[in-house]
Design a protein around this ligand. Structure first.
Ligand code: SF4
Ligand code: SF4
Length: 441
């Protein structure tokens, strides 16, 4: 049991960090990453990060090279976008994002040559400012899925909010996804080098590498690799969901509680995804920005589940077909995991920097009918932050904004645990997102 102070300063909520057991289903855990052939076309979105979309820096008809910057933003939470292929820009168009809004995208017909831009050279980094600037120029946003620009996370004010702990999130608690696990197993040197660079330039003393105990080989490997480094601790997390949620992993590693309205830096912590730190190391060595990533392709609709390195902007259809996926028969395609991922509306939509999995379902997506709430309270018991999803649903239906505010729906992390355990199949997590939008309108 832990206490959480709400931002109104009055209420102290005693809460248990509830977690649920999910089926493991990680049949790609031993699938070494393979490179997909360069596609004929990529569609590169200008909105792959939290924050305002980038403005397009190229025009239809331009020739571009791999690693060339093609989009840039001026807002605080923007990070640049680069071309993943060499070829000709055929179109600047609008594409539909998962949230229903349109955004600009650059369509590039690949010449198949993958000619690398002259701008791709290792950055000069000798101090904190240059390090943060290099991370910004790399176009890196959290590869765990949230899309928060990494340079913003690293730009904490070391006098006002000193940070003593770096948490490496390698929990990967969603079923199916193994892309972070493969980073641990295939790129352990990059991961450790990236960690050292963050420690060195930001002056962070302690590192906690958090791995679920169902990844025993990774735990063993990293315990061995870090045995002589007293600043690094391997934290073996129980394989429960949502172990990888930011506030949960911070609590599991350090017993520090990030309260409502606070950021991890307010508690002296930053959390980076494991593939994110691996990428930082590779970028500092090569200067190749974030133009490709590893994606797990799985689900009962693919015959060859695998981990694939893909250029950003490849279509979901191409990727699924590479894994012998039956897109035409799919009842549901999900970008990300089954708990927090987004259902895909258009299989020709492009893969973005933040996508770590494509799941194609045929049989498993057969939906059960929704029935009335039986007030069993399972949703409350499953919620990692003890919200009351059934009450939130009722308040949302009544459009009762003041009740929704009191019920703290703004704290919902959209983990999906409440929907998963509900015997009445209520769409609780989905309703919470609508309720969050309602109270911020
Ligand atoms: S989706 Fe929100 S309300 Fe539901 S269990 Fe997760 S945090 Fe709690
Ligand atoms: S789990 Fe479902 S049925 Fe049970 S109280 Fe919550 S909403 Fe109602």
């Amino acid at each position: 049991m832990i206490s959480l102070k709400f931002s109104d300063g009055k209420a102290w909520c005693i809460m248990a960090v509830n977690k649920i057991k999910l089926p493991h289903l990680k049949r790609t855990k031993n699938s070494e990453t393979i490179d997909i052939p360069v596609p004929e076309k990529v569609v590169i979105s200008m909105s792959q990060h939290m924050g305002a979309p980038c403005r397009v820096l190229v025009n239809a008809g331009d020739w571009v090279k791999a690693g060339q910057k093609i989009g840039e933003g001026d807002s605080f939470l923007s990070c640049p976008v680069h071309s993943s292929v060499s070829g000709k820009v055929t179109e600047i168009t609008d594409i539909l994002r998962a949230d229903g809004k349109y955004t600009k995208a650059v369509v590039i017909a690949s010449d198949g040559l993958q000619i690398v831009s002259e701008s791709v050279t290792p950055p000069k980094v000798t101090n904190r400012e240059e390090f943060i600037e290099a991370v910004k120029e790399s176009g890196l946003c959290g590869l765990g899925g949230a899309g928060f620009p990494t340079h913003v996370k690293l730009s904490f004010d070391k006098d006002k909010t000193p940070v003593d702990s770096l948490i490496i999130n390698a929990a990967e608690c969603e079923p199916y996804i193994t892309s972070d696990y493969r980073e641990l197993m295939e790129n352990s040197e990059d991961v450790l080098d990236g960690i050292k660079k963050v420690q060195q330039y930001l002056g962070i003393k302690n590192v906690y590498i958090c791995i679920e105990d169902n990844k025993a080989e990774a735990v063993k490997l990293f315990e061995k690799l870090t045995s002589s480094d007293s600043s690094v601790k391997i934290v073996k997390l129980k394989s429960l969901y949502p172990q990888g949620a930011e506030k949960v992993v911070i609590y599991s590693a350090t017993r520090r509680i990030v309260g409502e309205g606070e950021l991890p830096v307010n508690r002296g912590v930053i959390v980076l995804n494991v593939t994110t730190v691996g990428f930082i190391s590779r970028y500092l060595k090569t200067g190749m920005p974030l133009v490709s990533r590893r994606i797990t392709v799985d689900g009962d609709g693919v015959r060859t589940p695998c981990n694939v390195r893909v250029p950003i902007g490849i279509s979901i259809r191409k990727l699924a077909e590479f894994a012998d996926g039956n897109i035409e028969a799919a009842r549901k395609i999900i970008l990300g995991g089954p708990m927090m991922g987004t259902a895909v509306y258009d299989p020709d939509a492009p893969v973005c920097k933040t996508n770590n999995a494509v799941l194609v379902f045929i049989k498993e997506a057969q939906e059960q009918p929704m029935t009335n709430c039986i007030r069993c309270a399972r949703c409350i018991n499953a919620c990692p932050i003890n919200l009351m999803p059934a009450k939130i649903e009722k308040a949302y239906k009544a459009k009762d904004i003041s009740a929704l505010v009191k019920l703290k729906v703004n704290l919902c992390m959209n983990c999906g645990s409440c929907s998963y355990v509900c015997p009445a199949k209520r769409e609780l997590a989905h309703t919470n997102q609508l309720a969050k939008e309602l109270i911020t309108k």
